[in-house]
Design a binder for this molecule. Structure first.
Ligand code: MOS
Length: 698
């Protein structure tokens, strides 16, 4: 039976809840991931992490490792292939003896089997010249500085108006803390590399294979035509696979040296140090409001860390520039370079921690004013984007708040803290808003009509579990005006038309725009081509460079609202989320099933951020204490119940031909604040450091 037959006929594909096309392959174990390509003669490699937090490698003794059975070679900074200096310095692995943080790779063992490689890695003896390290972030750290800009994307500091508001009816001046967090995708980072007569083929678990290819081409100083990067199925990334990681460089090096296909699959225990993390953020939020609830002053100042390797700044003060206006408005980022692993993207970088702090502080202001937190947000709804002054392409946060309040039953709430109890449980509810920018990048794509009436769409999109290949088929079917079942999509290979990464909630918009353009051009060609098609069919290519523009006269963001109900156990300190409701305004929803999965997935990640997820930087050793999924607790099924995602129809003509905004990240934005606000409502105690684990709550 084809699930794509009747309801998804011509012109009805877009928005339909089409099932993931690779779903069956995945649940039957036939979908193959990057480490699962058993080529003949394939070898395995196991990396050796540095055991000091700062210093230099002075000697590597590989003799014992090389004597072990099955060991092919050991690469170190002394004998590894030299690569060109990468744009991303975290990829300069085994190039010099420097140890910039604990866990930095200092050697790689290549062996016949995974077990042999792992055993030999344990036998590699590394000596270091150790230097003093500092891995402790404090808000008043003497080396804190304001970066020149925030990751090249945002100004570090913005200030409008002057401090004032002395006559405010209420004010809050509070500090919030979000700990380091780790992405921990289900599939750890892995690459299988193979050199064959000068052509490098890599199976890589990545959110963007085109970037991996271009990066390898630069590192190994070769033409991108001689490299194929395949990322057919990816078991999650959440930003940690948004850029190439050391696994792909190490695999390519090991394969070149050994002359064999080589798989490098990072063990989960290494991930905390080598594939990025959400940097901790220390927030100071100041809000002042007049008696009518309108903000007279808003300041959001954050301090975060980065590594000695490169500057990455968690852009946590950025969402305050979007959400609320005030006569005095200050947002600023500070960063400290520490001897820590390099932080990077994790789902909604900036927005997730920033909106946790801001939306918690807004809740505190509502309490101080004695106003309902939904109404306080509505009173402060800006006409234009506060920081830029641009009109919004569309902004329906008020509709999300009202629709969420209606579905949640918010109006029946007794606003007094500690007003609901069930035996030893205190019950509370909370709300927070959500926002995430509309991002888009140029892409290319090709559409082909075949003589048998089928269509093939080709684009190097990456399906990281989102359902990208399915949604792109829907975009194509819609543009062609044909039933969905007649469209096949090819994604996940750098031999396909080049495309940007699956990140920033921009994949569908970016790839879809090119797919739409290719299909529209193909439809026009077909209209001029009566009669049967040639054997190879006819095709049309698209390139949205110059069209899919990140710049717009409009401020473009998705918005939403989260509502949470929690039960706090006064005996154990355990917080349980009973209900979590999200309502979103994210443009046109292109696939109701997969979009819902994205929203719910983000909300669950927000639940983890609120209650269980954290990494602890060990000041003495300089590494993260949590190195597995037992100590870093990602919500399991028992933690998640009553999660609901809804959306309102939004017709925004300023986006892209599909009218979509992106749905991958907004679910994590504000959901932790809604839960924290519910915990305050339940207990009457304001906890300002995540996660809200029993030891804090008791
Ligand atoms: Mo997402 S953190 O942009 O992959």
């Amino acid at each position: 039976m084809s699930h794509e037959d009747s309801p998804l006929g011509a012109g009805r594909a877009l928005g339909a809840p089409a099932e993931r096309r690779e779903g069956h392959l995945k649940v039957t174990g036939r979908a193959r991931y990057a480490a699962e390509h058993p080529m003949p003669e394939r070898a395995h490699a196991w990396p050796v992490p540095a055991t000091v937090a700062r210093g230099r490698v002075t000697a590597v003794d590989v003799e014992e490792a090389l004597r072990l059975p099955g060991v092919l070679t050991v690469l170190t900074h002394e004998n590894a292939p030299r690569v060109a200096e990468p744009d991303d310095p975290t990829l300069a692995v085994l190039q010099d003896p420097r140890v910039p943080h604990r866990g930095w790779y200092v050697a790689l063992v290549v062996a016949e089997t995974l077990e042999a490689a792992r055993a030999a890695a344990a036998a590699v003896r590394v000596e270091y010249a150790v230097e003093d390290h500092d891995v402790t972030l404090t808000a008043d750290h003497p080396e804190a500085y304001e970066p020149e800009n925030v990751n090249g994307e945002h100004p570090t500091r913005r200030e409008h108006g002057r401090p004032g508001g002395a006559d405010a009816a209420a004010r809050v001046d509070v500090v919030y803390e979000v700990p380091p967090l780790h992405n921990h995708p289900m599939e750890p980072h892995a690459s299988t590399a193979h050199w064959d007569q000068g052509h490098l083929t890599v199976y890589c678990s990545s959110q963007g294979g085109t970037t991996v290819r271009d990066t390898l081409a630069a590192l190994f100083e070769m033409d991108g035509e001689h490299i194929t990067v395949i990322a057919e199925h990816v078991g999650g990334g959440f930003g940690s696979k948004g850029t190439p990681r050391p696994d792909v460089v190490l695999a390519a090096m090991a394969a070149r040296v050994s002359g064999r296909p080589v798989t490098v699959a990072f063990p989960r225990s290494h991930l905390a140090a080598v594939v990025g993390h959400r940097a901790p953020t220390l927030h100071r939020v100041g809000l002042a409001a007049a008696a009518d609830g309108r903000l007279t002053s808003l300041s959001h100042e954050i301090t975060t860390h980065t590594s000695r390797v490169k500057e990455f700044v968690e852009q946590a003060a950025v969402p305050a520039r979007v959400m609320y206006g005030a006569p005095h408005h200050l947002t600023v980022h500070r960063v400290v370079r520490l001897d820590v692993p390099t932080p990077s993207w994790m789902r909604a970088p900036g927005e997730a921690p920033g909106m946790y702090a801001l939306e918690s502080a807004v809740d505190e202001l509502a309490t101080a004013l004695g106003r309902d937190p939904v109404e306080l947000r509505i009173v402060n709804e800006p006409e234009r984007e506060p920081d830029s002054g641009k009109p919004f392409s569309s902004r329906h946060v008020v509709d999300c708040l009202r629709e969420g309040a209606r579905r949640f039953g918010w109006d029946a709430r007794d606003s007094r803290p500690r007003s609901r109890a069930e035996g030893p449980l205190l019950i509370g509810t909370g709300v927070a808003s959500a926002t995430y920018p509309v991002l888009v990048s140029p892409s290319t794509a090709q559409a082909r009509a075949l003589p048998d009436g089928g269509f093939v769409v080709r684009v190097n999109a990456t399906d990281i579990g989102t359902g990208a290949r399915t949604v792109l088929a829907q975009v194509a079917a819609d543009a062609l005006g044909v039933p969905l079942a007649r469209v096949r999509t090819e994604v996940g290979s750098s031999d396909l038309p080049a495309a940007p990464l699956a990140g920033g909630s921009s994949g569908t918009a970016s790839w879809g725009w090119a797919v739409h353009q290719a299909c529209t051009a193909l439809a026009a060609k077909l209209a001029d081509h009566p009669g049967s098609l040639p054997d190879e069919g006819i095709s049309a290519d698209a390139d949205t460079t110059g069209t899919a523009d990140a710049d717009s006269p409009y401020a473009r963001h998705a918005f939403g609202a989260h509502f949470a109900e929690v039960a706090v156990d006064t005996v154990t300190g355990e917080v349980r989320v009973r209900r979590l409701l999200g309502v979103y305004a994210a443009g046109r929803i292109l696939n109701a099933r997969t979009a819902r999965s994205q929203f719910v997935g983000g909300m669950v990640m927000g639940l983890g951020m609120a209650l269980t997820e954290h990494s602890t930087m060990d000041a003495a050793f300089g590494d993260f204490a949590e190195s597995d999924l037992a100590s870093y607790h990602v919500p399991a099924h028992a933690d998640v119940s009553g999660v609901e995602a809804h959306w309102i129809e939004e017709d925004d003509p300023h986006l892209n031909p599909m009218g979509s905004k992106g749905v991958g990240e907004i679910g994590i934005v504000g959901s932790a604040a809604a839960i924290g606000n519910a915990v305050y409502h339940a207990t009457g105690v304001r906890f300002r450091a995540l996660p809200l684990t029993p030891d804090k709550v008791l």
